[in-house]
Write a protein that binds this ligand. Structure first.
Ligand code: FAD
Length: 964
C-alpha cells in the first residue's frame, strides 16, 4: 500500500470548472434551496419575492428585521441556502444580524442589500461578514448572476482557515512529466477535499440521475460516516449553534454505566481470513482512493503545530481549542491528549483500515462493481486532478454505483478503532460479559482428495438458518436421518459478540452489506451457523390477521387461517421461550413507547425469543455471547442434534441433483464444495428429500443454478424497505446497552386498507448500523455527532411493501427499487416517529434523509407537533422525501422470492412447500412467503417451515409405509 513508485502523468490539466465563467442559468439544485429574505420594507419584500419566484425559487422565508432573521436562522441553522439581508433596518440592523449569524459559525452566503452603492461602502460590508453586495433597487439580472455565483458555483468564502483547501487559493497546477505516487496523492487530496464537499453540498446534477454528480455525495456519505467513527473532523462547523452540549437532568431512566471493576473477560478474537493476495487496483488508483478518504476526513492540527507543506487541515489555535472543547463537551473522554488524537486521526494512517478496505473490495465486490469503481476513480482522477467533470452519464449504471457502494460498505467495517471508543465510551464487549454454554457440535470432516466424497441421508437441508433449523429438528425427531449443511461456519459463544470488522466478515452474507442493482436499497442478511437467526434482534412477532387473511383468501392458501398454522406459531414461540415478561426496555425503546402513547398512537412491547430470560446485552446483532437468544444455533439445531441430525459447515452447495423417475424430474441430492482450514473437497450428498433453506437471496439462485426454469423463481422479492431517524437526548443514554428491539408502534401499519403501511421500531445501536446511517452536512458535523454518540438512539420506519423486486443468478444481482407507493408509507412512518421523538424528550432530531436538516429542540418551546417551528421543519423534511438516488432505503428482511402459490403458474412452491416442477425438492425459509409478512419475519418463517417439514415427514412416512 505504500506509495513508492513513480508513474506517468496525463497531459496538463485545464482550468477547474469552478474558475470558469458561469452561465447565468440556475440549476435545479440551486432552485431547490431555501432563501431567507431579511427586509423591513414591504414593497421591497414583495418585489424581491416576486423576482425570486420568477427565477424559479419556491421556498422563500421573509423576516421583517435583523432580529427576526437571526431567530429564524437559529431555529434551523442549516435550512437556508442563502440569505438576502437589508443592511439598515429597525430593531436590529443587517450588519448586526450578519455578525450574529457568523458568530454562530454559519457559513451560509449572505448578500447585503443596500442603497449605499459606492464601491467603498460595498467593500466595507465584505469585511463585516457579508459575502456579496447588491444595490437597491435590486435588478433581476444582477440578482440572478449573484445567485448563480453563490448557489451554483459554491465559491468558497474567503475564510483564511479554509483557504488551504480552496480551489481559488490553489494555483493552477503545472504538470511534471512524471510524478511520484506521493505527490499524486497530495495533489489529489487537496483537490478532492474541495470537490467532495462541493459535490456534497451542491449535489450538482450532471447528466443522468445516475451520474457521478448525485452519486458522489451518496457514496461519500457512508464513507465519511464510517471514517468519522475513527474520529476525525473538519473544523469549520465546530461552533454550529446546534452543537448542543448536554447537562439537563434525565427525564427517562438512563442506562447505568457498569459499576465496580470492568469485567476482565471479553470474547476471544476471531481472526480474519488471510488478506487478499494482490490488488485489482493500480498504485495510482489506490492513491486516489486513499486521497479521497483523507481529503474528506483530514488530519486537523493547530497552526502552532502545523508542518509547512503538509496536507494537514490547519486551523488557528483559538479555533482548535474551541473545536476540541465542542468535541469533548458531550463525549466520554475529555482529556486534551485523547481529543488531539481524535482530531489528528486519518484513515490512511491505519494499515488495518487499508487492509479492511482491500478485503472488502477483493472478496465481496463483484468484478463488474470493481471495474465500475475503477472507472469512478479514473473519472475522479480526470475530474479532480485534471480539473474536469466527466460527462458521466455512462459511469453511473450499476457497475460504478455498485462498486462505490461496495467501497462504502468496506469502510463501514473499518471503524471503532482506538479513538471512537475512547471518545464515546463505547465498548464492543457487553457489560458484565460472561459467555454462555456452547453446544458441542460434531461437524463432518473430510480429507483432501480428488474424488468427490459421497454421503447418503434421508433428508439434506441446505442452510442452517431459521427455516432450515426448525425443519431439521422436526425431521430428525420424526426419525429420519438428516444432514444440515451451511456454507458458513459455527462460532461458539466465547467468540461472540464479535467486533464489527470480524462480525461482518464471519456472520453475514457478502461481508456485511450488499446493495441493489440501482443502489436504491442497501440490504443485510446473516450467513453463519444459524443464519439470520443468530445475528438478529430477537423481535418475535406473529403475523397480523389481515396478512393471514390476504394469504388465505386472496392468494387461495387456506393454511394461513387454520388452527394448524396458529398451532405452529404458538409451538415455535413456546420452544424459544418467546415472551414480553422479562423485557426491560432500553432508553430508546422506552422513548418510543411513551412518546407514541403521549400522541395517542398504539405502541406495545415486542416479545423476545430469549428463552424466558431477561437479555439486554445490546450487542448480539454480532452474535449472542450469552447464548440466551434462541437462534437456530442455540435452539433448533441442538434439538436436531439430540435427535440424531448431522451437520456440515463450510459446505457451499452449488446445485441440486436431479434424476428422471417415472417421467418426473426428481431431486436426488446436492453437490458442492466443502472447505475448512485450507482443505477443499467436493462432496455429493444423496438424499430422498432436499430442502432448500438458503434464505430469500440465495434459495432462488440455487434453484436457478440447478437448471430450473419456472419464471417465478427469484421474482416477487419483498424487502420491507426502511428509512431511519436518530435523535440525541440530554441524558446519558449509552445506547449500546440494553435489549435491542422491544417496542413497536403499529398505528400506521395499514394505511391503504389492504395491510400496507409502516411500523416504527428501535434499531440495534452497534455504531456501524446506526451512526453510519446518520444524515450529515460535512465532515465536522459528523465528527461532533460521533463524539456524542452516547446520547443517541436510532429508529426505523419500515413498510410492508406492496411492490416487488427480483433476485437474478446470472449475473448474480438483486433488483429492487422501493416504489413511490411503498416509500410514501416509510416516509409517513418516519414523520410520525419524528413526532414521537419530539414529545419523547429528544434534544436534536436527525432524519437520515440527505438534504433534511436536523431539528434542534428549543427547550423553552412547548414539545408539541403543532409547534409552528417544528411543523414548518417537518414539512421541509417531507418535501426532501426519500426518493432514490438521493436517499437509499435499508432492508434486513427479505421474503417471497420462491413464493408459495395455490396453482403452478403463480409461484415456485405448492402449499406443501414442494417446488412445482419437481419431486422431492422443497423450499422452507422466508422465500416462500406469499407476500411481505408486515412483521419482523422470523416467527412467520419458523411457523411456515414447521408446517412444511411436519407435512413432509408425514408424507415420507406414508410413502415408506411407516406409521404416522
Ligand atoms: C440484522 C438483522 C436483524 C434482524 N432482526 C430480526 C428480528 O429481530 N426479528 C425477526 O423476526 N427477524 C429479524 N431479522 C430477519 C430474520 O433473521 C430473517 O428473516 C431470517 O433469518 C431468514 O431466515 P431464512 O430461513 O430465510 O434464512 P437465513 O436464516 O438467512 O439462513 C440462510 C442460510 O443459508 C446459508 N446458505 C445460503 N446459500 C447457501 C449455499 N449455496 N450452500 C450452503 N448454505 C447456504 C447461509 O449461509 C445462511 O446461513 C433480522 C435480520 C437481520 C439481517
Amino acid at each position: 500500500m505504500e506509495p513508492v513508485k513513480t508513474i506517468e502523468e496525463p497531459a496538463a490539466p485545464p482550468a477547474l470548472p469552478i474558475q470558469q465563467e458561469p452561465d447565468a442559468k440556475l440549476s435545479d439544485v440551486a432552485l431547490a434551496k431555501s432563501i431567507l429574505l431579511v427586509e423591513d420594507n414591504h414593497i421591497n419584500q414583495r418585489l424581491i419575492v416576486r423576482l425570486l419566484k420568477g427565477l424559479g425559487f419556491t421556498i422563500i422565508d421573509v423576516a421583517a428585521n435583523g432580529k427576526e432573521g437571526v431567530d429564524m436562522v437559529k431555529a434551523g441553522p442549516s435550512v437556508y441556502g442563502l440569505i438576502l439581508m437589508d443592511t439598515s433596518m429597525p430593531v436590529m440592523s443587517g450588519v448586526e444580524a450578519t455578525k450574529m449569524i457568523r458568530e454562530m459559525g454559519l457559513d451560509v452566503p449572505i448578500m447585503a442589500l443596500t442603497a449605499h452603492a459606492m464601491m467603498v461602502d460595498q467593500e466595507s460590508f465584505l469585511t463585516q461578514g457579508f459575502d456579496d453586495c447588491l444595490s437597491k433597487p435590486v435588478r433581476k439580472t444582477k440578482l440572478q448572476e449573484a445567485l448563480v455565483k453563490w448557489l451554483d458555483r459554491a465559491l468558497p468564502r474567503q475564510n483564511p482557515a479554509r483557504a488551504c483547501t480552496s480551489f481559488l487559493s490553489s494555483t493552477k497546477p503545472t504538470k511534471p512529466p512524471t510524478e511520484s505516487i506521493t505527490s499524486l496523492y497530495r495533489r489529489s487530496a487537496s483537490r478532492i477535499s474541495t470537490q467532495a464537499s462541493f459535490a456534497h453540498s451542491q449535489a450538482r446534477p450532471l447528466g443522468s440521475p445516475h451520474s457521478i454528480g448525485p452519486t458522489l455525495p451518496r457514496v461519500l456519505g457512508p464513507l465519511l460516516a464510517s471514517i468519522q467513527l475513527s474520529g476525525i473532523i473538519y473544523p469549520e462547523y465546530a461552533n454550529l449553534s446546534y452543537t448542543t452540549t448536554y447537562d439537563t437532568p434525565p427525564s427517562i431512566p438512563t442506562m447505568s454505566a457498569p459499576s465496580g471493576p470492568i469485567a476482565a473477560l471479553a470474547p476471544l478474537a476471531t481472526p480474519l481470513p488471510p488478506s487478499p493476495n494482490g490488488s485489482p487496483f493500480t498504485d495510482a488508483q489506490w492513491a486516489i482512493l486513499m486521497a479521497l478518504m483523507d481529503a474528506v476526513v483530514p488530519r486537523i492540527v493547530r497552526t502552532s503545530a502545523a508542518t509547512p507543506g503538509s496536507l494537514d487541515y490547519v486551523v488557528s489555535d483559538a479555533e482548535y481549542a474551541f473545536l476540541s472543547t465542542q468535541a469533548g463537551a458531550s463525549a466520554h473522554a475529555t482529556d486534551a491528549e485523547t481529543l488531539d488524537a481524535y482530531l489528528a486521526e486519518r484513515p490512511s494512517d491505519s494499515a488495518e483500515f487499508q487492509d479492511l478496505l482491500m478485503r472488502q473490495l477483493v472478496f465481496y465486490v463483484t468484478d463488474e462493481q470493481v471495474n465500475g469503481l475503477k472507472f469512478v476513480l479514473a473519472a475522479l482522477r480526470r475530474a479532480v486532478i485534471d480539473g474536469l467533470y466527466p460527462d458521466a452519464g455512462h459511469v453511473g449504471r450499476a457497475g460504478a454505483l455498485g462498486g462505490a457502494e461496495g467501497l462504502a460498505n468496506a469502510l463501514l467495517v473499518a471503524d471503532t478503532r482506538a479513538l471512537f471508543p475512547a471518545v464515546t465510551g463505547y465498548s464492543a464487549t457487553p457489560t458484565g460479559y460472561e459467555p454462555g454454554p456452547a453446544f458441542d457440535y460434531k461437524f463432518l470432516q473430510f480429507k483432501a482428495g480428488g474424488e468427490p466424497a459421497t454421503l447418503e441421508f434421508d433428508v439434506v437441508i441446505v442452510g442452517s438458518g431459521v427455516g432450515g433449523g426448525v425443519s431439521a429438528k422436526n425431521l430428525a425427531e420424526a426419525g429420519f436421518s438428516v444432514l444440515v449443511v451451511d456454507k458458513a461456519y459455527y462460532h461458539p459463544p466465547d467468540r461472540l459478540p464479535m467486533t464489527e470488522a470480524a462480525g461482518y466478515t464471519h456472520l453475514f452474507e457478502n461481508g456485511g452489506f450488499d446493495v441493489t442493482y440501482d443502489s436504491s436499497l442497501t440490504f443485510i442478511a446473516g450467513s453463519n451457523w444459524g443464519g439470520g437467526g443468530s445475528i438478529n434482534w430477537s423481535a418475535s412477532l406473529q403475523p397480523q390477521s389481515y396478512v393471514r387473511h390476504e394469504w388465505s383468501q386472496d392468494r387461495k392458501l387456506p393454511l394461513f387461517e387454520t388452527t394448524e398454522f396458529q398451532d405452529a406459531l404458538d409451538r415455535v414461540c413456546y420452544r424459544m421461550g418467546v415472551s414480553t415478561e422479562h423485557v426491560e426496555h432500553s432508553h430508546g425503546n422506552q422513548v418510543l413507547l411513551e412518546g407514541a402513547r403521549k400522541l395517542g398512537y398504539e405502541a406495545k412491547a415486542v416479545p423476545q425469543n430469549t428463552g424466558g430470560h431477561k437479555h439486554a446485552c445490546g450487542r448480539c446483532g454480532m452474535g449472542c455471547g450469552a447464548a440466551e437468544k434462541q437462534g437456530p444455533n442455540v435452539c433448533w439445531l441442538p434439538d436436531a442434534a439430540r435427535a440424531g441430525a448431522q451437520f456440515m459447515e463450510g459446505y457451499n452447495v452449488e446445485r441440486v441433483l436431479f434424476e428422471t423417475r417415472g417421467g418426473n424430474k426428481t431431486a436426488v441430492g446436492v453437490k458442492g464444495v466443502w472447505t475448512k482450514d485450507g482443505v477443499e473437497r467436493e462432496v455429493v450428498v444423496k438424499a430422498q428429500r432436499v430442502i432448500v433453506s438458503a434464505g430469500s437471496l440465495k434459495s432462488p439462485v440455487l434453484l436457478m443454478n440447478s437448471g430450473l426454469k419456472n419464471k417465478h423463481i427469484g421474482r416477487n422479492l419483498y424487502m420491507h424497505p426502511a428509512n431511519m431517524v436518530s435523535a440525541f437526548f440530554p441524558e446519558d443514554v449509552r445506547p449500546w446497552e440494553g435489549a435491542i428491539l422491544t417496542t413497536v408502534c403499529t398505528s400506521f401499519e395499514n394505511l391503504d386498507g389492504h395491510g400496507h403501511g409502516a411500523k416504527m421500531e428501535a434499531t440495534c445501536m452497534i455504531p456501524t448500523l446506526s451512526l453510519s446511517q446518520l444524515n450529515w452536512t460535512s465532515g465536522p458535523d459528523w465528527k461532533l455527532l460521533a463524539a456524542k454518540y452516547r446520547h443517541m438512539n436510532t429508529y426505523a420506519s419500515f413498510a410492508r411493501d406492496r411492490d416487488t423486486g427480483r433476485v437474478l443468478a446470472n449475473p448474480p444481482r438483486v433488483e429492487y427499487t422501493p416504489s413511490a407507493f411503498d416509500r410514501r408509507h416509510t416516509l409517513i412512518g418516519l414523520l410520525e416517529m419524528i413526532k414521537i421523538l419530539l414529545v419523547g424528550g429528544a434534544a436534536e432530531i436527525h432524519p437520515h434523509l440527505p438534504g433534511a436538516p436536523p431539528f434542534i429542540v428549543d427547550p423553552s418551546a412547548e414539545r408539541s407537533p403543532a409547534d409552528p417551528t417544528f411543523a414548518a421543519w417537518l414539512r421541509k423534511v417531507e418535501a426532501v422525501g426519500n426518493a432514490p438516488p438521493g436517499v437509499a432505503c435499508g432492508s434486513a428482511h427479505q421474503m417471497g422470492s420462491c413464493r408459495m402459490s395455490a396453482t403452478e403458474g403463480m409461484g415456485v412452491v405448492d402449499p406443501e412447500g414442494r417446488v412445482w416442477e419437481t419431486r422431492g425438492l422443497y423450499v422452507a425459509d422466508a422465500s416462500v412467503f406469499p407476500s411481505a409478512s408486515g412483521v419482523n419475519p422470523m416467527v412467520t418463517n419458523l411457523a411456515i417451515s414447521d408446517v412444511i417439514s411436519r407435512r413432509m415427514a408425514a408424507g415420507l412416512k406414508k410413502e415408506r409405509g411407516e406409521r404416522l
